[in-house]
Unconditional design. Structure first.
Length: 290
């Protein structure tokens, strides 16, 4: 593969726009988004769902809900990068764009509520996001970091429940593959986040333990994806590129917590995220009707 020269600002370019330039399979562009207000169309959990956006399919909904999991972790990563002075200016841009995308996707998902399970999950996700969003707007400190540690986990749990609900509504193997591949995106950001929490001195022991668990989950799921009989030649090829990026990311994770190591983690976590986002898009395309 031909090596590219990458500047610090390029490392954290909005990955949706990058994918649009590289591949036609990623449909949504992420550029030019401001921070949007949270949708107000969520009904109480017991009310029958009635909102269906015909422009959003179940495969797309699984992808977007799964991306909310990733964004919950990416926001925490970027927030901690500010506190640790890891390219703080770029980290601020990364945090703002991730928050904006989360809110945009909440609006999109709120218009596609095919089941009561989906509705209940989205209600919870909306509530948890509000408190997390408020915490993300507080400047980094040990006290505010403790709030980020707790609240990002709540949003992750709620986003996972929403993704699972959309997958159940799909009831297909392809939907499951979108979910699993999408969770790999989350794990890439989760591993980076835990290194930063440990370095910041917040829940350090728990973060180190959780990092090891996330690494094991990533390896196991990657093997599952590579063995999927539904894989096309292109998916197989792109998964091999994920393997390559995983090698570099693992190397960065093992470099310790020096400023150089923290920058390497920031860089490689974004590169593997970009590649994983492409793979999820391919599984989404596979699931769409011919």
């Amino acid at each position: 593969m031909k090596k590219r020269v990458v500047t610090p600002c390029m490392l954290f370019v909005n990955f949706g726009d990058e994918m649009m330039r590289r591949r036609d399979v990623i449909k949504a562009t992420l550029g030019g988004m401001g921070v949007l207000a949270m949708p107000r169309v969520f009904a109480a959990p017991g009310v029958a769902p009635a909102v269906v956006d015909t422009f959003l399919s179940l495969p797309e909904a699984i992808n977007k809900a799964g991306r909310q999991r990733m964004l919950s972790q990416r926001c925490a990563k970027a927030w901690l990068m500010q506190g640790l002075a890891v390219t703080p200016g770029v980290a601020t841009t990364l945090l703002q764009s991730s928050m904006a995308l989360f809110e945009t996707q909440m609006t999109e998902l709120s218009r596609f509520v095919p089941t009561a399970d989906v509705q209940a999950a989205l209600v919870q996700l909306s509530a948890d996001w509000q408190s997390y969003r408020a915490a993300l707007l507080v400047p980094p400190s040990p006290e505010s970091a403790a709030q980020i540690y707790a609240r990002n986990e709540a949003v992750l749990s709620a986003a996972h429940a929403a993704t699972q609900a959309y997958e159940r509504a799909s009831g297909t193997t392809e939907g499951r593959l979108i979910n699993v591949a999408g969770r790999q995106r989350m794990l890439s950001q989760r591993m980076a986040k835990f290194v930063y929490f440990a370095r910041y001195g917040v829940e350090s022991e728990a973060s180190i333990e959780a990092l090891g668990k996330a690494r094991e989950e990533f390896i196991k799921a990657l093997e599952l994806l590579k063995a999927a009989p539904q894989n096309t030649a292109q998916i197989t090829n792109e998964l091999s590129l994920v393997d390559q990026q995983w090698f570099f990311f693992q190397n960065a994770l093992g470099q310790g917590s020096s400023p150089k190591a923290l920058l390497a983690i920031a860089t490689t976590s974004e590169r593997i995220l970009e590649q994983l986002n492409l793979v999820v898009g391919l599984y989404e395309s596979l699931a769409r009707p011919a």
